[in-house]
Every structure is written in C-alpha cells, then in structure tokens.
Ligand binder design. Structure first.
Ligand SMILES: Cc1cc2nc3c(=O)[nH]c(=O)nc-3n(C[C@H](O)[C@H](O)[C@H](O)COP(=O)(O)OP(=O)(O)OC[C@H]3O[C@@H](n4cnc5c(N)ncnc54)[C@H](O)[C@@H]3O)c2cc1C
Length: 425
C-alpha cells in the first residue's frame, strides 16, 4: 500500500478519547492508548481508504500490531503478552477504531481468542484438572501469537438462531481418538483467508446425535488443515476490510490441543461473564469519536487537504455539533462505566446497563456520523475523506450478533419487567 513515510515519534497526535487523569487510567493504559493513536494516525488512517475501496484485509496493519505487541495485548504476562484485561483492551480498541474500523473490528475477533481463554477463563469455576490442562493448551496458542504473530479469527455466525444464543451451533465436533472431526459452515467469518487459526464455536455431539448449548466447544482450527475452505465473495456496505466470507469445514480433524477452552467452559462464560459479548462496542465508540472530531475540524476549516474555509459561525452548525457532543458524551460515559465494571457474575443492573450500552454505542455511532455528513455538507462525503466510510462502517455495529441493537432492546425490556423464573404465559 502506498502510504507516505511518517515519523511515528514526531507526529502530532489526536487527544486521547479518555483523558488518563480525568478517567483515572493507569500509566500502562495511557501508554497503550498513546501507542494505538500513534499507529492509527501515522499508518492505519491512510491505509483505511484502500482497505475499504478494495475490500481487502489490512495485512500491513497486522504486522504493525504484532511488532508493537498489540496482537498479544491480552495474553497474560507470564506467557510473554501484555497482560491487559477487559477494560484496557476496550480503551485501546476504541482508539484504533477512530482510524480504521475494519482493523479494530477484526482485531477484536483476534483479541477475544486470548481474552476469553485468558483473564475471562481465569474468573470462571473449573476443576483443578481442567485448569491445569487449559494452562498447558493455552500456552500453545499464546506462543504462536507472541512469537510468530499468528492471527486468530472468531467465526460463530451460521445464519440461524445459534449466533443469537437461542439454540446450539449446527457446526458439530464429533469426538474421535486424539481430538474431533469438525463439520459445518460459518457465515460472515471476518479475517477469512487471512487468519492463521479460526476459533470456531461448535457443538460436541452426544453419542445419540443430540446437540445442546451446554456442549459448545471453542476450537482453534488451523486455516491450512485439510477440509477447510473459504467460499463466496465479500462486497458489503461497510466494514469492507473485515473480509467476512463463508467458511466451510468438511470433516476437518482438530487435535485435542486446539481447544481454546475446556469442555463446558464456553457455556459457563456466556452465562456468567455476559460482557464478553460487548467487545465489539469499542470499535464503534471509536467511530463515533472520529465522526465528531472530523466535524469539528471541518467546520473550523482545519481538515488537511481541504481549503481552509470556516463554517463554524452558523448557528445551525453549532446546534448540530452540540447535539453530536451530547450524544458522544452520553455514549462515552455509559460505555466507560460498563467496560470498567465488566466482571464474572455481574448484578442484574450491570447486565441491563451492558445491553443499554451496546445499544447506545451502536446506534449513536451511526447517528453521530449521519449528523456529521448533514452538517458538514456535500464536500465532506467525498471518497477522498474518511467521513463517508465512517458513516457506512458505523451502520454495521447494530447488526452484529449476539447483541444486535434489536436484541438488546428485547432483552432490556424483558429483563427490566421480569425477575428470573417469572412468566405470564
Ligand atoms: C462487518 C461484519 C463482520 C462480522 N464478523 C463476524 C465474525 O467475525 N464472526 C461471526 O461469527 N459473525 C460475524 N458477523 C456476523 C454478525 O454477527 C451476524 O451474525 C450477522 O450480521 C447476522 O446476519 P443475519 O442476517 O443472518 O441475522 P439474522 O439471524 O437473520 O437476524 C436478523 C436480525 O433479527 C434479530 N434476531 C436474530 N435472532 C433473533 C432472535 N432469536 N430473537 C429475536 N430477534 C432476533 C436480530 O436483531 C438480527 O439483527 C459480522 C457481521 C458484520 C456486519
């Protein structure tokens, strides 16, 4: 990709989304966020145009993420990673999302393979035996990531009700000597054709062939294994660089060592660590910030490459920016609280707040981008500027299972009105 050489150390950075003092970040968190803003501003922002236009995976960005330790951000320190937890991941991902939505979103899929198998798994109940076996197995995955820059994808969608958590995954894992035979199909598999491993959610079938959500397995399938293929095209409205094509698993042998979680643990995580499904929100939080920042710079006549025409003196512009700022502050405050309190066994209020957060971020990000285009005007939506891409990319957030905007509203309403076990049917 033709990106002009920029001195990463001398470039003037954008202000942090979450000021380290005001939001009481640790020094380490502030450093990671600065690194993300440096990479975003000097490299990802320029490459994002081609990534979007060609719907191609941001391979160069992944090299930068690896070289700067960010592929291993959530790998525990004793395995050579950054040791970041949920809140730190979220803050860094939001900063990346300001510059390239597709990079932040795919990086989310990759990081989840370490966050879920790492700090989240450590919070969950396991037998001593399972914990010891998990410790050994995850060391294999973490070594690949830390040393070789291996990339993990996270395909769970199948086009049916499983991705929403309503039924067991159709993709099945049949136990055999030394592992499983995996067969099935995953749609919208971001990073397809570009990941080294696919972290597949599938169901370990009972001997009588029945499937239960309790028997969900989370297996890393080698992208080069016999029987794995990537099919179909990818030409969507937004988040084009995610390259979310269809994956087929045709009797793929997956060794026991490739389990990213012990048997039964994914089901426990989904039930007891619900914020695990909120990890897509940082990308869109970053997009909301980017749309707002662009608007302020544009109306001040400060967008690089554009004539320095000021438009800030018109009251209608000022009102629109105020409206955008109010939405941005609302989303950021709620989001920061939700990512800060994410934990195992959250209270009912915390879960309702997580759904409200996901809804708010996904809907507000696109709404702020909509207001940005309306307010800045025709020249702002040219393909030479990032705003129209942010508008398209930000539309995708509300559609992403299992916590789509619709499902969040659905669960919030029911959750607020009913206590566990209550029913009117
Ligand atoms: C850019 C992008 C990248 C993606 N990357 C990945 C990825 O890496 N891995 C992955 O697994 N998936 C990924 N997805 C897929 C995503 O999570 C969804 O699975 C996909 O968008 C679902 O589309 P669908 O039309 O099949 O949804 P449908 O299942 O048809 O649902 C349509 C809508 O109906 C509602 N709905 C669905 N089920 C229920 C229910 N049980 N009750 C009530 N309402 C319901 C929801 O609001 C949903 O939005 C990606 C999607 C996008 C847009």
């Amino acid at each position: 990709m033709n990106v002009p050489a920029v001195d990463i150390e001398s470039v003037e950075l954008d202000a942090p989304m979450f000021d380290p003092v005001a939001f009481r970040l640790t020094d380490q968190q502030a450093e990671w966020c600065t690194l993300a803003r440096k990479l975003g501003k000097t490299k990802f922002a320029d490459r994002a145009f081609e990534v979007d236009r060609e719907a191609k995976f941001p391979t160069e960005n992944y090299k930068d993420l690896h070289e700067n330790g960010l592929l291993a951000l959530c790998v525990p320190e004793r395995f050579g990673g950054g040791g970041a937890g949920y809140q730190s991941y979220s803050l860094v991902a939001a900063e990346i999302g300001r510059y390239c939505g597709a990079t932040a979103l795919t990086w989310n899929m990759h990081v989840c393979s370490t966050l879920w198998s790492g700090p989240l798994a450590d919070d969950l109940e396991m037998s001593e035996e399972d914990r010891a076996a998990h410790e050994k197995r995850r060391a294999i995955h973490y070594k690949r990531i830390v040393e070789d820059g291996a990339i993990y994808a996270q395909p769970f969608s199948e086009g049916g009700a499983a991705a929403a958590g309503a039924v067991a995954f159709s993709t099945e894992a049949v136990p055999v000597e030394g592992g499983w035979i995996v067969r099935g199909k995953k749609i919208f598999a971001s990073l397809s054709g570009n990941a080294d491993y696919y972290g597949v959610l599938c169901t370990e079938t009972e001997p009588d062939g029945t499937k239960s959500r309790r028997n969900t397995l989370y297996l890393a399938v080698d992208a080069t294994a016999k029987g794995v293929s990537v099919v179909g095209d990818w030409d969507p409205l937004g988040m084009r660089g995610t390259v979310s094509r269809t994956l087929l698993f045709d009797d793929v042998f997956v060794p026991e060592t490739e389990a990213l979680m012990p048997r039964g643990l994914y089901f426990k995580a989904a039930s007891n660590w619900p914020h695990m499904f909120m990890t897509l929100s940082p990308t869109y939080m970053g997009q909301a910030q980017a749309a707002y920042d662009f608007t302020v710079a544009y109306l001040r006549g400060e967008v690089p490459g554009m004539p320095p025409v000021k438009r800030r003196m018109y009251p209608t512009k000022q009102i629109a920016v105020a409206e955008m700022r109010i939405k941005l502050e609302q989303a950021k405050a709620l989001w920061f609280q939700a990512v800060t309190e994410a934990c195992a066994n959250p209270s009912k209020d915390q879960v309702l707040r997580a759904w409200a957060t996901q809804y708010t971020v996904m809907e507000f990000a696109n709404d702020i981008a909509r207001l940005a285009i309306r307010t800045c005007g025709g020249q702002s939506m040219l393909k030479s500027l990032p705003l129209e891409r942010i508008y398209r990319d930000s539309r995708c957030g509300a559609l992403m299972l299992p916590w789509t905007a619709e499902l969040c509203v659905d669960r919030l309403g029911r959750g607020a009105l009913y206590e566990p076990g209550e029913s009117d049917e």
